[in-house]
Write a protein that binds this ligand. Structure first.
Ligand code: MF3
Ligand code: CO
Ligand code: CO
Length: 254
């Protein structure tokens, strides 16, 4: 087993799948308001992916996952299962979208802040996004994967936050999760060297309190053990000859 180098035609299909995933986040944004339930957001995304994009929501039935998107609210770290509880003023929520188009996966997530979010929560959300982009800045041929994790951990901890260690980014393509595991912590000389044609996600989960997580009985939903807030942002990234291309970049990020 090793890291797959994608061909030019595979890269083109990944560009398409990743663009669709980013467009689902753009479509759903105006619907993420106080009072909406995560089940309603799940239904809107599902219908858009299936009926408008003619694509497949990858999470649905993936290893038994019951919904088409992940919605992780407040102290939920990741893999939150949409439910009938309305979102409330001050909530922070991650929406994680993965679509399959023409056999290839695009995977991306962002945080939404509902109504008046506390300055503490806002700062966690902002620092986590900055950590993602510091990680992405390390993506270029000749760097090791450890450089990504090192940059993210250094920045998160310098802001007195902690990095979740149980979940990582991943290679992505024909499969949802391919090699390698992309750690969000570590040392610059850890791991394999990046090469042009590699495609993987970076998706740091950063906690306001301690890094430790607790798994719910459903074996999917991970929450912070100390109940502190957790934030996550995710992009799918291609290694190019000169650096990288963010395949899931949204218009608002240009
Ligand atoms: N999209 C998640 C990731 O970034 C994986 C979700 S698995 C699911 O890797 F089954 F919960 F959808
Ligand atoms: Co991912
Ligand atoms: Co994801």
């Amino acid at each position: 087993m090793s890291i797959i180098i994608k061909s030019a035609s595979e890269i083109e299909k990944m560009r398409v799948a990743c663009k669709l995933a980013s467009e689902v986040l753009e479509m759903i944004a105006p619907h993420v308001v106080v009072g909406v339930t995560t089940n309603e957001l799940n239904q809107l995304c599902h219908d858009y992916i299936v009926d408008v994009q003619n694509a497949i929501p990858a999470p649905l039935n993936y290893r038994g996952f019951p919904k088409s998107i992940c919605t992780s609210v407040n102290h939920q770290i990741c893999h939150g299962i949409p439910n009938d509880k309305p979102l409330k003023n001050g909530d922070i929520v991650n929406i994680d979208i993965t679509v399959i188009k023409d056999g290839y996966h695009g995977d991306t997530s962002k945080m939404f802040c509902l109504g008046n979010v506390s300055p503490f929560a806002q700062r966690l959300v902002t620092v986590t996004r900055e950590a993602l982009f510091l990680g992405i800045a390390q993506v270029k041929p000749g760097n090791r994967f450890g450089a990504i994790g090192h940059a993210i951990q250094k920045y998160a901890e310098s802001n007195r936050y902690s990095v979740v260690q149980e979940f990582c980014g991943h290679g992505i393509g024909k499969d949802f999760h391919e090699e390698p595991h992309v750690m969000h912590f570590g040392k610059p000389n850890d791991g394999e060297f990046m090469e042009p044609g590699m495609i993987f996600t970076i998706e740091p989960m950063i906690n306001q309190g301690k890094r430790h997580m607790k798994m719910m009985a459903d074996k999917w939903q991970a929450v912070t053990k100390d109940h502190s807030l957790s934030a996550q942002w995710e992009h799918t990234v291609l290694v190019t000859e000169t650096g990288h291309e963010i395949l899931t970049l949204r218009t608002e990020e240009l």
